[in-house]
Design a protein around this ligand. Structure first.
Ligand code: 13P
Length: 287
């Protein structure tokens, strides 16, 4: 069932658990996530970055695939199709393409420009029935081998953006995309508390879910995080499983080279990662 993410995330905030945003990259990824959330009776947000959208031949192709697969697999749990870190232009494209949720990432603009663009997109998204996430304080991560540590969002700026009518807010609290470096200082819970207090209970989003220790995830949920994004971890477990299959020479046995067979261990690895995350975030049996 394709829906926007408002109800599932408000329920998560009120019930003190978090909904997972799992980013998808292709048909196998999508099928693995949908089958797992159905098995665990969990709501889910399928995240699509601009790059993943381009890879899948465009946002309209992604919508058509997700909608058709959701129907064909008789998925009964709520599923939101969400643009991840969207530009202003891509946010508009996804509204037209039939996504049910968007993230506009204006964190690299001045706060005034972030506010102006977010405000316009809130109106457009809501008019079309989509939910909308905005961001304050950029999330760091690896870019060309340089790892940025991620900004700590200013609570006053968070308050301004939250007051624009957005449905959930991504705020940097020292989290970064990709694998955390050994010298990572951990999440800044003091900052999270201040942001939570300043934004009047709006559901908060934790990006960079890969590799955050379990106790930090649980504490973040207690302090108002209701949506947690995971991307890299599924890619890593997928790659390790396919690598093992090939290194064991299984692609050379019988018809082991058939992509449906060759990618199967990777698909199972994605399913296991998604199961772990959903149980950790506490959204199983909450559909
Ligand atoms: P990771 O790739 O670190 O899991 O982060 C995903 C994310 O935050 C997508 O927006």
């Amino acid at each position: 069932m394709l829906v926007n993410a408002v109800e599932m995330i408000n329920k998560a905030r009120d019930g003190h658990y978090a909904v997972a945003q799992i980013n998808i990259n292709n048909l196998e990824w999508t099928k693995a996530v949908l089958q797992t959330v159905e098995e665990l009776k969990s709501p889910v947000i399928l995240g699509v970055s601009a790059g993943a959208g381009k890879y899948m031949a465009g946002f309209t192709v992604v919508t058509a695939m997700v909608k058709a697969m959701d129907a064909a697999l008789k998925i009964s749990v709520p599923v939101a199709l969400h643009l991840d870190h969207g530009s202003y232009e891509d946010a508009k494209k996804c509204i037209d393409a039939g996504f049910t949720s968007i993230m506009f990432d204006g964190s690299h603009f001045s706060i005034d420009e972030n506010i102006a663009k977010t405000k316009e997109l809130v109106e457009l998204a809501h008019k079309n029935g989509l939910s909308i996430e905005a961001e304050v304080g950029s999330i760091g991560g690896e870019e060309d081998g340089v790892i940025g540590m991620g900004e700590i969002a200013d609570p006053e700026q968070c308050k301004l953006i939250a007051s624009l009518g957005i449905d959930f807010l991504a705020a940097g609290i020292g989290n970064i995309h990709g694998v955390y470096p050994p010298n990572w200082k951990g999440l800044d819970f003091g900052a999270l508390e201040k942001i939570h207090d300043a934004t009047g209970g709006i559901p908060l989003v934790l990006h960079g879910g890969t590799g955050i220790p379990e106790d930090m995830i649980k504490k973040a949920i207690n302090l108002g995080v209701s949506k947690i994004n995971v991307n890299t971890e599924c890619q890593l477990t997928f790659a390790a499983a396919v690598r093992k299959y090939i290194e064991e020479g299984k692609d050379k046995e019988k018809k082991g080279f058939d992509p449906r067979t060759l990618l199967a261990p990777g698909v199972e690895a994605i399913k296991e990662t998604v199961r772990e995350k959903i149980r950790l975030f506490g959204s199983d049996n909450k559909a």
